[in-house]
Design a protein around this ligand. Sequence first.
Ligand code: HEC
Length: 167
Amino acid sequence: MNKNNLALILACLALGLSMFAFFRNSAPVSGSVTVADSTEMESEELEVAVLMQRFQWNVNKLYFAGLANNKPLANFYLHELEESMEELAEHPIEENGQRLDELVRAWGLAPLESLEDSLEKTDPKGFKLAYEAFIKNCNGCHISSGHPYIRIVLPTQPVMDNQDFNP
Ligand code: HEC
């Protein structure tokens, strides 16, 4: 191999490396801004949807614990639900022009407190009424945040069939 060929190969290598470095560094700044943005939005949406799955899970089991008058178990699910709601309340997420953290305080955390009271003070019949009122708030928030098609109703059976809800 003569000197000129070697120099050419080295020059090509250097060019290749610098192009690699250029595209790697410039990728998030130039053409892919929208990609980076939409990924960020997706991860926020994913987080809310995952939280909602937890809401749905806990609110389902809460019902059967309350109906069975198993107060310690019902309180356990109330607190799980409260934790998930607080997680949302701590994140300033906006969707369809609405701040979800503010909505969850009004439609989630406040009604949850009344439900907690009813669980303390009433029998399963009273709990059922309070629970029905409570899930109307889930739907109130779905309407307010632009998701009127997500409707929560009274469950007819527990999400899992391998748990004893009796005290
Ligand atoms: C902040 C107001 C708010 C409250 C309160 C709220 N949700 Fe949601 N919920 C949302 C939003 C916003 C979405 C859409 C999430 C997304 O965009 O990914 C959603 C989506 C859902 C979904 C669809 C996700 C899925 O896995 O199917 C379910 C189920 C759900 N919520 C259940 C509940 C339940 C149960 C309650 C009450 C205990 C509740 N939500 C209370 C705002 C709320």
